[in-house]
Design a protein around this ligand. Structure first.
Ligand code: MEV
Length: 389
């Protein structure tokens, strides 16, 4: 196994193993999924599964994934005044030149999707963007190869010099949507009726659209789910997060990626809460770590070997579920109640409890609502030596 680590990165000495769990019971576009999630954070998987179970009662999530287009950029210094026009007129020649690198993509229905050219205001540098439908790959390697291969032709056509050629992690063509609707009666909690809780969820979301410091935490919660799925399936989590946070700030302010609204259904008889998320999801299902890491392969198997667009839809649904669970808890009972229950597991472990002892220490901690390390040690001692304090 260390040999595989050495194949994946340089100077490998081992692995950092993270827990891998299943958020069970998702219905996405009529299909059921148990979603693999790799995370170090307690409550994330339970919260996603809980939201999935509520949404399932009212039909599950509907999604629509964006086309899997990745964009490469070349930045050209000292390009001539007529450079843009020359590039436009030679676009199909550039496409033909890139074709050998895109044979497999094209066979799978992807490939070249066009070029756009812009002059950057303050540097005067010419930016040439090449768009490639990468189908089920994340696409970084192939797009970087394309822009590097086109470098000499682009220099010749523009009369300038390419400063750098690299993909952009902006993924606004890969924006995916997920939504659900749920009868508010399922949301009654903490002495409030379901419609009141739903209205509080709507307001909590509006706050995260207005207040950037709340939006950061709100979106972090969304990424708790999506990044965990990306990690489980061997995807580049930094590329994903860079794209998502860029998208969250696309109008200049950093905003929540979700929307909620209260509505009525069945001829006005039933109050419902609608939830929706839109965000870029640049995830691949072939190549990269997804192709060789055994756990990633198992994770993709568990999902029924989805293509990239199906995985993007599942990811959007998971992000929305995660956010819905967080807001539901925050505006009703608060999140600490659920968290402390799970926190007890860690404390019991730190106190030295294992196996059946651990289960008993956790049970007693929850019952007495005490969560300190000393509490756990005392309970453990009392189990081992009945009669001790
Ligand atoms: C914790 O990891 C995530 C939350 O803070 C998200 C949120 O506040 O919306 C619970």
């Amino acid at each position: 196994m260390v040999e595989l680590a050495d194949v994946m990165v340089e100077s490998a000495v081992g692995y950092v193993a993270l827990p891998l769990g299943l958020a069970t019971g998702f219905i996405v576009d009529g299909e059921s999924y148990d979603v693999p999630m790799a995370t170090e954070e307690p409550s994330v998987i339970a919260a996603a599964a809980y939201a999935a179970s509520l949404v399932r009662r009212d039909g599950g999530f509907e999604t629509r994934a964006g086309e899997p287009v990745t964009t490469g950029q070349l930045f050209v210094e000292n390009a001539s005044a007529e450079a843009a026009a020359r590039l436009e007129s030679e676009a199909s020649r550039l496409e033909r030149e890139a074709a050998p690198l895109l044979t497999r993509m094209t066979e799978r229905g992807g490939g070249w999707r066009g070029m756009d050219i812009a002059r950057l205001d303050s540097t005067g540098v010419l930016r040439v963007q090449i768009h490639v439908d990468v189908r089920d790959a994340m696409g970084a390697n192939v797009v970087n190869s394309v822009v590097e291969a086109l470098r000499p032709s682009i220099e010749r056509l523009t009369g300038g010099r390419v400063l750098m050629a690299i993909l952009t992690n902006t993924a606004d063509r890969r924006v995916s949507l997920a939504r659900f609707r749920i009868r508010t009666r399922s949301l009654a909690r903490a002495g409030m009726d379901g419609t009141e809780v739903a209205a509080r969820i709507v307001t909590a979301n509006e706050i995260a659209r207005e207040d950037r410091s709340r939006a950061v935490t709100h979106n972090k919660g969304i990424m708790n789910g999506i990044t965990a799925l990306a990690l489980a399936t061997g995807n580049d989590t930094r590329a994903l997060e860079a794209a998502v946070h860029e998208y969250a700030s696309r109008d200049g302010a950093y905003r929540a990626l979700t929307r909620y609204e209260l509505a009525r259904d069945d001829g006005n008889r039933t109050a419902i809460l609608r939830g929706e998320i839109a965000l870029p999801v640049p995830l691949g299902t072939v190549g990269g770590a997804a192709g060789i890491h055994p756990t990633s392969r198992v994770a993709l198997e568990l999902l029924g070997r989805p293509d990239a667009m199906t995985l993007a839809g599942i990811a959007a649904a998971v992000g929305l579920a995660q956010n819905f669970a967080a807001l539901f808890a925050l505006v009703s009972e608060g999140i600490q109640r659920g968290h402390m229950g799970l926190h007890a597991e860690r404390i019991a472990w730190s106190a030295g409890a294992r196996g059946a002892e651990r289960a008993e220490v956790v049970r007693q901690m929850r019952e007495r609502r005490v969560y300190g390390l000393e509490d756990a040690r005392a309970i453990l001692a009392s189990i081992r030596e009945p009669g001790s304090p």
